[in-house]
Design a protein around this ligand. Structure first.
Ligand SMILES: C[S@@+](CC[C@H](N)C(=O)[O-])C[C@H]1O[C@@H](n2cnc3c(N)ncnc32)[C@H](O)[C@@H]1O
Length: 280
């Protein structure tokens, strides 16, 4: 599983809407190539809905040719979707009915997590063993980012991070709070955020003096606008797949105001190297 994890940093230059759009379309493009994988981020936790049709595609060269753009799939009830657009239409509807269906979409996502134990294994979907190597990889990346882009970090520069979709605060506790003077957490599921608050109480973590978890926001990303210019890094890991495509774009558009000049989004998500490889 881990060889499928990649870290992406964006932007290397100041954020512009054009770049955001480019980035968003990068996601959509990825989605075209590996839709079932991305879609699993949404529905896998509900009922392992989409299964890739690419196993069949691999055996059928004609199908394979088209599979780069058009990946069909079945849901767990056996319903077939020709492509992701068709699936999205069913999930969040056409324009007119969109709001209601979208609300339902988000409600179901949250209600899944409300039924999950507040533990590392819980937030990692049963893959708690991934925690250590995930943190190690992220730390190597973060060190590189800090020395490359924040050369004054060692000279008492006050660094602030936001951990988006933080769950129980696993990433903050194991990584971010050691490097950032302040970390804010955003998590829409209250029992996860309560667990984070407890484990990040000053007596329960080993971060350097003066490093602390400051704010705990119990809101979903699609409803969040950060305080202007507060963050050096906005870390988004293993939760962006909960957003619909339009909310994905609008989140980054809104959240960019939360970055200090020279600040970064870090987006870490699973990807498929090819076909349905990333699904398991
Ligand atoms: C796979 S867990 C990852 C948690 C954490 N990022 C980590 O790596 O330990 C996904 C998290 O996304 C949260 N989530 C679900 N819907 C969300 C939304 N609309 N906005 C922000 N977070 C969401 C879940 O409650 C859950 O805590």
């Amino acid at each position: 599983m881990l060889d499928r994890l990649r870290l992406h940093v964006y932007p290397k230059e100041p954020l512009t809407c054009a770049k955001l759009t480019q980035y968003a379309s990068l996601k959509l493009e990825t989605k075209r190539r590996a839709k079932p994988t991305l879609h699993l981020l949404h529905v896998g936790r509900r009922k392992e809905k989409l299964r890739s049709a690419e196993a069949g595609a691999a055996a059928d060269p004609k199908h394979k040719e088209s599979s780069a753009m058009e990946v069909s799939g079945l849901d767990s009830d056996g319903k077939e979707f020709k492509n992701a657009e068709e699936m999205w239409r069913e999930q969040i509807g056409e324009d007119g009915e969109q709001q209601e269906k979208k609300t339902q979409w988000y409600r179901e996502g949250i209600s899944y997590w409300e039924g999950v134990e507040a533990s590392v294994d819980g937030v990692l979907g049963g893959f708690g063993n991934v925690n250590e190597v995930d943190i190690k990889g992220s730390e190597a990346f973060l060190q590189m980012l800090l020395s490359d882009r924040f050369p004054n970090a060692r000279n008492n520069q006050h660094l602030v991070a936001l951990d988006c979709g933080s769950g129980i605060g696993r990433i903050t506790k194991n990584l971010l709070i050691r490097y950032f003077n302040e970390v804010d957490l955003l998590e829409p599921v209250s029992h996860f955020l309560d667990a984070a608050r407890e484990s990040l109480a000053p007596e329960n973590h080993m971060a350097p003096d003066m490093h602390k978890a400051t704010n705990f926001f119990c809101v979903p990303l699609q409803d969040f606008t950060p305080e202007t210019g507060r963050y050096d890094v906005i870390w988004v890991q293993w939760c962006i797949g909960h957003l619909t495509d339009d909310d994905f774009v609008s989140f980054f558009k809104r959240a960019k105001v939360g970055l200090k000049p020279g600040g970064f989004f870090v987006l870490k998500e699973n990807i498929a190297r090819s076909g349905s490889e990333g699904i398991t």
